[in-house]
Design a protein around this ligand. Sequence first.
Ligand code: ZN
Length: 511
Amino acid sequence: VTEKYEELKSRLATIHDLRMARAILGWDQHTKMPPKAGPLRAEHLGTLDRFIHELFIDDEIGKLLEDARGYEESLDPDSDDACLIRVTRRDYEKASRVPPDLRAELTRSGAIALAAWVESREKSDFSIFLPYLKKNVELTHQYIDCFDGMGFDNAYDVLLDDFDEGLKTDAVRVVFDELKTGLVPLIAQIAEHTDRVDDSSLYGDFPTEKQRDFALVVLERLGFDHESWRLDPTVHPFAMSAGTTDIRLTTRYDEGNLGASLFASIHEFGHGYYEAGVDPALERTTLSSVTSMSLHESQSRMWENLIGRGLPCWRFFYPKLQEAFPAQFGDVELDTFYGAINKVQPSLIRVEADEATYNLHIILRFELEQEILSGELALDDLPEAWNARMADYLGIEVPDDARGVLQDVHWSGGAIGYFPTYALGNVISVQLWDQLRAELPQLDTQFEQGDFSEVGQWLRENLHRHGRKYNSSEMLDRIVGGPMDPAPYLRYLREKLGEIYGLPVETGAAV
Ligand code: ZN
């Protein structure tokens, strides 16, 4: 190991420390900060992002990365050091194209637009948010222009790459077309059998304190550790980490609805468990934070849906739930509860959507984002375009913009290109699930006994410990030996929902 490589690592550790401090400020902004502090916090975050950016794109880092080539070539390409140099070099090539002023402006505008979006959504008045959205899209175009000549096929690829390195618009479109073809008829079929599922038990009187207590009973079993994890209430659930020993989950409680907060908590646990499982040897390097949002979402979705909405785990947890809420569940059979938590019904709000309709919400956003970027769709016409597509894909009439185009926070922060990773996470989750179930045949029995250790170990060994060493397609190839493929996910949904809704068993032709 050369002295210069040590110098590089030391600089990267400083930058990483600042990023983690910034992450804590972001967490505070969404959980504890008094509302009036918003504009000031936008300045703090803008300054920190500019400073971190300037430190990273310093010419000296470029030189140290060049000097590290010889050392890199002497290493096993899978070694931590070789991966660190490779991944950092790519980050550097991208970051050094973005002027610090633009970096700071993106952050500041995002934080200011966030406040406008909150007001716009509260009043269900798109016109309040519109000028801020226009500004964000304009800045996004400036950002995309920074990458001219870097080999991206189109503008949207630049944005996708930030959330999932190497992900291509064309590849996303192929997967989404297949999802649409499979899901639309399945959802229509289920609509003819709605009487099979009764979810009334999930709605009633669920005091926040008791919901939190029960969520912790579940999360502790799954792997939540009070010594290094937190669970706090928020408006928009999320998970963040400031290292493998500082994992922060948030959830939103609705006293009339048990499912919303419980499954959001399990979802965020999946994100947290991924971050907590990164090899501690990678701590304070470029490789310690997980940046493929598709892989990240595959983990939250696996815990939320494949484990958390599965029957085996509820054979263990359901008696505890009945004990916690006897008036609500005392007389409800486990099978009825299982149907309730898997109910399929087209609805307005993405984050509350069931497993099958969820993906159509994403495909709608993916298509609108393309049209916004190409200029085909004027932002003034966005609400109408949104509503028309909701009617088309989900058969739903959107009553107001708050429950339509204004429902998600992403565009206020300038995060265009993020949405696809949610549906891709669904797809990847089942590919990983099929692989791990083939290797661990005792899982159902273990879940019935409340034992989630073997699935956790498998995920850590095969995925989590690697941190950012591999991008999502490399990681998927290492684990399942192939690329992203929606077929296993569609098969899983048809089997599970077919059984719950008593749909006729298919004879195999259609996929
Ligand atoms: Zn998530």
